[in-house]
Ligand binder design. Structure first.
Ligand code: NA7
Length: 540
């Protein structure tokens, strides 16, 4: 017999958004429970333990700002932190604010159903208990459902198969093994150089080459850290008002430019561009203002990029294979790397450019492609995630009148501000589709959404409301706005097949999901809506 636990709020997910949401709601004296699938906190950093996993945002900025004591006490060791350090930080936050006592670990949510009569959400899990709550807050992350491609024969493979997005906690020892890896997005680009150092041989199966930039990661000095800590109030303010929630505090090591781009690439001569590549390498393209807004300018930058790649990779056939073609720089999420292209100069690394012939099947001992058979002991999928909507749709959410989220989002996600969906009262999505989310420093966007939801629930308490729902019109207007600002950017050109558009998942509707307007503008809009008595939301 399933017992039902009554709560004011249920939060699903104990990553950085769920932890902070719990911390804030406790201060309202609400009865709150967090449900988390993993054995501990950390979200994406709990699961993504693959070799080389590292954040691509400077660590001084990829951290909570809500507690000055926390940001003063914590010492990041590198410009961009590696996964173990970020997971330790998440654990420290859980300890410091005693969060674990209100988190139910190792519990998977199976369904989330709105009860029209009791005006509450009922969550069933794979555990013995069900949960009922007035508010249901989805802190389920944007990149939390691994995408495992449906390649025939996978079940026959005799060796171990791993996915970068759900890596074994005990690690994997590749010493003496031959390894195949599918995927050259951020996870592949980070893990390939590290696996190559350990494995006997590494075969990289690449469907689309990526534009990746050198990370220039470095240890942080005490003086740098102390300076940042002394300036944290200002740094945080600038982050919140910026475009992507990053001000680049910590960039500039190893030769990367920290200067705002000022030049037009269209005004440069071939000789000037060659000279820039010669002196600055891949970083040379970061000095131009127009490559993000003009396709002709973008193509010139792509040429500079390919020219540098041809210099770094010694074997010219491999270099050609690694060169991105026919889609613009900036349409996919930027990838940064440490010694990625250099890794292809190693004798124990082979590139299989799937543009010359795709994967036919996985065999007992490797992968058969249209170019031939490749043998290895272990297979790694670095094939990404069902981004932004995957986790929400996996939970069988049903709103008012039994409507299913999978039907509401049949043609792609719909939402007001990425915070609420019409027809799903009292259900909030932290960094949901339609908000800056994955186009930003997630920490900045998470804190802004959590604070907004906290203020909203406080307002409801103060005004004796127990129900909030986004209006259908406000939602429709917001979607129009999200589409308008995305139009004409590199993100939506027809040659771009990014996971922002859902293009990596067969059958997923192609629609641009995040909000391009920037975190500063987005915050202003959210604040203005609040000032205007929560314009676009209905209360009861
Ligand atoms: P990504 O960026 O989605 O990369 C996945 C990679 O896997 C990409 O190169 C895909 O090629 C490739 N892929 C996916 N399915 C297949 C099949 N069936 N065959 C061959 N290759 C395939 O995921 P990541 O985990 O690397 O990064 C996700 C985000 O995490 C990243 O942006 C950071 O924000 C952190 P494709 O390009 O689709 O041709």
């Amino acid at each position: 017999m399933i017992s039902k636990n009554q709560y004011d709020a249920i939060i699903v997910g104990a990553g950085f958004s769920g932890m902070y949401m719990l911390h804030r709601l406790r201060s309202l004296n609400l009865k709150v429970r967090v449900i988390e699938k993993a054995e501990d906190v950390g979200g994406t950093w709990y699961w993504n333990r693959y070799p080389g996993a590292r954040c691509d945002v400077p660590s001084m900025e990829y951290s909570y700002s809500f507690s000055d004591q926390l940001q003063q006490d914590w010492d990041w060791t590198e410009v961009m932190a590696a996964q173990p350090e970020i997971l330790t930080y998440a654990g420290e936050v859980a300890d410091r604010f005693d969060l674990r006592s209100d988190i139910q670990f190792e519990t998977n949510v199976l369904s989330v159903v709105y009860n029209d009569e009791s005006r509450s959400w009922i969550l069933e899990t794979d555990g013995p208990e069900a949960f009922e709550a007035t508010y249901c807050i989805m802190a389920t992350g944007c990149l939390s459902v691994p995408n495992t491609p449906d390649i025939s024969g996978a079940a026959n493979f005799k060796g171990d198969i791993y996915h970068t997005g759900s890596w074994p906690h005990e690690g994997v020892d590749f010493t003496g093994l031959t390894v195949g890896i599918i995927g050259t997005g951020s996870s592949g680009t980070q893990s390939i150089p590290v696996i190559a150092q350990e494995a006997k041989h590494l075969t990289v199966f690449q469907r689309t080459p990526n534009y990746t930039m050198p990370a220039h990661n470095q240890p942080l000095s005490d003086s740098f850290r102390n300076d940042a800590k002394a300036n944290y109030a200002d740094i945080r303010k600038q982050q919140r008002e910026s475009m992507v929630g990053i001000i680049g505090y910590g960039y500039g090591f190893g030769g990367a430019t920290t200067e705002e781009p000022t030049e037009s690439i269209l005004d440069t001569s071939r000789e000037e561009r060659d000279h820039l590549v010669e002196t600055l390498g891949f970083d040379s393209i970061q000095r131009f203002i127009d490559i993000g807004v003009d396709m002709g300018a973008n193509e010139l930058a792509c040429d500079m990029y390919r020219s540098q790649l041809g210099k770094v990779v010694k074997d010219q056939e491999t270099a050609q294979g690694l060169m991105p073609q026919n889609y613009p720089i900036g349409c996919k999420r930027p990838v940064i790397d440490t010694q990625y292209f250099e890794t292809f100069n190693r004798d124990n690394v082979t590139l299989v450019d799937l543009r010359k012939g795709g994967i036919e099947q996985i065999t007992t001992s490797g992968i058969k492609t249209e170019q031939g058979q490749f043998e290895f002991d272990v297979l790694v999928y670095a094939t990404g995630f069902d981004a932004m909507t995957g986790a929400l749709l996996a939970m069988n959410i049903q709103g008012k009148d039994g409507i299913k989220l999978s039907d509401t989002w049949d043609a792609g996600p719909r939402s007001y501000l990425g915070l609420q969906v019409h027809g799903y009262p009292n259900l909030f999505t932290i960094t949901g589709p339609g908000s800056p989310s994955v186009l930003s420093n997630m920490m900045v966007s998470i804190e802004q959404h959590v604070d907004w939801i906290f203020d909203c629930i406080s307002y409801m308490k103060d005004n004796n409301y127990d129900l909030i729902e986004a209006s259908g019109k406000a939602e429709a207007d917001w979607i129009t706005h999200v589409n308008e600002v995305a139009e004409g950017t590199m993100f939506t050109v027809s040659s771009c097949h990014s996971w922002y558009l859902g293009a990596n998942i067969p059958g997923k509707p192609r629609i641009f999901m995040p909000y391009v307007g920037g975190v500063g503008l987005y915050r202003e809009k959210c604040d203005a809506i609040v000032k205007n008595d929560y314009e676009g939301f209905n209360f009861a």
